[in-house]
Every structure is written in structure tokens, then in C-alpha cells.
Design a protein. Structure first.
Length: 187
């Protein structure tokens, strides 16, 4: 009698609108559920057969062991890796900063306009102190002047004294004197 009572209760519950709507939805979606279940069964069957295929597993293990052997890892490598793992908390922020610097450098060097502006500014700044643009011209002119005056009369003491008064020679001599003073301090 309890069995009939249980069946009657189940049938009474199934007659409610909510249960009927759920059953109708389930019946409509049943083909989709079956297709999904078949796909899952196929994948599970593949994984199961792969795990049971000893030959495949042995082949994968052998390939992995061969690759590891080619690395020639010994105890010192393992110890070094452990040391690196210990240092990772301190190294991580440094590596992040380096990554930021690299990203910035790549963005700067990747932008032609920025590079051109940087080179122009650097060239202008250097030219204020060292006349690079005029340097080649000065060297060539000096070679020509030397070639022209090379065979002339030797430089006399009076000619040397006249040259010493020249502002360029004075600057050069003062620079040499400063260099000798500094070099003497570092002896």
C-alpha cells in the first residue's frame, strides 16, 4: 500500500505547472544533452584507452627521460635551482623593474621621431663643448697647412715665444698643466 501511495504522491507532484514546464524543457533539450554526453563519452574513452596503452605511455616516458638526460643536470644544477627559488622573492621586483625599463626603451627606440629628437639634442649639446661638426674640417685644413709649411725655415725661439702667446696654445698649455697637476695628485 505504501508503494501505491508513493506513486500517487509522485504523480501529484508531476501534475504541478512548474514540474510540467521542467519536464517539457528537459524533453526539448534531450537531443542536445545526448550529443554532449556522447562527446564526453568519446573523450573519456580516448583518455582511458591512452592511459591503458602501456606502449604509448612507455614511449612518452622514454622520450621525456631522453630529453632530460640531454640536459646533463646533476646535483649542482638542482642546488642552484633551489638557490634561485629561495631568491625569487627578492629577484621578482628587480626583474619587474627591468621589464619596465625594457618596455620603455623599446617604446623610445621604436619611435623614430623620439630617436631623431634625442640624437639632435645630443649632437647640439656635444657641439657646444666639442666642435665635432668642425673637427674634420679643422683636421683637413691642419694637414694642408702642415704640408705647405713643412719645408719652410725651422721654428726659432722668437717664433716659439710668439706661438706661446696665441690664445689656443695658451688654452692647450693650461689644459696640459691641469692634467699634470691632477696626475701628480694621484701618484
Amino acid at each position: 500500500m505504501t508503494e501505491k501511495k508513493e506513486i500517487a504522491e509522485v504523480l501529484a507532484q508531476l501534475e504541478s505547472e512548474e514540474q510540467l514546464a521542467s519536464l517539457q524543457y528537459l524533453v526539448e533539450k534531450l537531443p542536445t544533452f545526448v550529443d554532449s554526453l556522447k562527446v564526453a563519452e568519446d573523450k573519456l574513452a580516448f583518455v582511458t584507452s591512452s592511459m591503458q596503452d602501456e606502449r604509448s605511455l612507455k614511449m612518452i616516458a622514454a622520450e621525456t627521460e631522453e630529453k632530460i638526460e640531454r640536459l646533463h643536470i646533476d646535483e649542482s644544477h638542482i642546488n642552484a635551482m633551489m638557490d634561485l627559488v629561495q631568491l625569487l622573492p627578492r629577484l621578482a621586483p628587480v626583474v619587474q623593474q627591468l621589464d619596465n625599463v625594457m618596455s620603455f626603451a623599446q617604446s623610445v627606440w621604436g619611435d623614430k621621431r623620439t630617436v631623431d629628437q634625442l640624437l639632435t639634442t645630443t649632437k647640439e649639446t656635444v657641439n657646444l663643448y666639442v666642435p665635432i661638426d668642425k673637427g674634420q674640417e679643422i683636421i683637413e685644413e691642419t694637414k694642408e697647412e702642415f704640408a705647405r709649411t713643412k719645408d719652410s725655415a725651422p721654428i726659432s725661439v722668437f717664433g716659439l715665444m710668439k706661438m706661446i702667446k696665441d690664445p689656443v696654445v695658451q688654452d692647450g698649455l693650461k689644459m696640459a698643466q691641469a692634467f699634470l697637476t691632477v696626475a701628480n695628485k694621484h701618484r
